[in-house]
Design a protein around this ligand. Structure first.
Ligand code: ADP
Ligand code: MG
Ligand code: MG
Length: 204
């Protein structure tokens, strides 16, 4: 299958729903090892993103991702805004030129998104950041030749859960050193919502 304009619109809306529902939870996670604003940051950003995408009309997935990127970059303070913004901008560029997006193109987009996140934040997999979800998701996508909703959901979920046992090397949580162990990484939880939402959209 291909990711169509309507899939991409639904993806952003569903992600926003999960983030709004879990806004307090995300902030509580960030209160434990950061500054307590991750839920607020993401809720503001995705609410604005949905405001933009639902009031515009699109002929390509790329343009949707671009609007999401611009909105997240301009409306979200904190580390997560520029990082998610960069991710969507890189995905937008990678899928440009076609109305809908093949599995192969999407996989390339996720790879470019990760490169952008690394370029900006200088983290690597295992540093207890959202890369700990994005990177296993990329590996899973690369192993498959078509979208597989269940493995996407499962991979993102177990990757998110695995951030609990890890010591933070990057982001605010890194200040806590060993004391960051035993807590989930907030950005990995919001990234899990992102990919779980995509999995749900793929099943519709
Ligand atoms: P801030 O830390 O500025 O308050 P948020 O609370 O919104 O921003 O986002 C924190 C999340 O951002 C972390 O949980 C982590 O997943 C992610 N993050 C922080 N720094 C980096 C980085 N250098 N590279 C990748 N992800 C990062
Ligand atoms: Mg924070
Ligand atoms: Mg902050």
């Amino acid at each position: 299958m291909e990711l169509q304009v309507q899939h991409a619109l639904n993806w952003i809306e569903k992600t926003n729903e999960k983030i709004q529902t879990n806004k307090d939870y995300l902030s509580a996670l960030d209160r434990a090892i950061g500054d307590g604003d991750h839920g607020l940051n993401m809720a503001r950003g995705f609410q604005e993103a949905v405001g933009k995408t639902t009031s515009s009309s699109y002929t390509s997935v790329s343009d949707i991702f671009k609007d999401v990127a611009m909105t997240l970059m301009s409306k979200v303070g904190g580390a997560s805004g520029p990082l998610y913004g960069t991710a969507f901008l890189k995905m937008s560029m990678a899928v440009k030129g076609e109305d809908s997006v093949s599995h192969e193109r999407f996989t390339k987009g996720v790879e470019e998104a990760i490169n952008g996140i690394i370029q900006r934040g200088k983290a690597k997999e295992g540093d207890k950041t959202l890369l700990d979800v994005w990177t296993p998701v990329l590996r899973m996508l690369q192993e498959q030749s078509d979208f597989e909703a269940d493995s996407l959901e499962n991979t993102a979920k177990s990757a998110m859960e695995s951030t609990k046992d890890v010591m933070a090397i990057k982001g605010r949580a890194a200040y806590l050193k060993e004391r960051s162990i035993g807590h989930l990484d907030p950005g990995s939880v919001s990234s899990y919502y992102l990919f779980a939402s995509l999995a749900e959209v793929l099943k519709e």
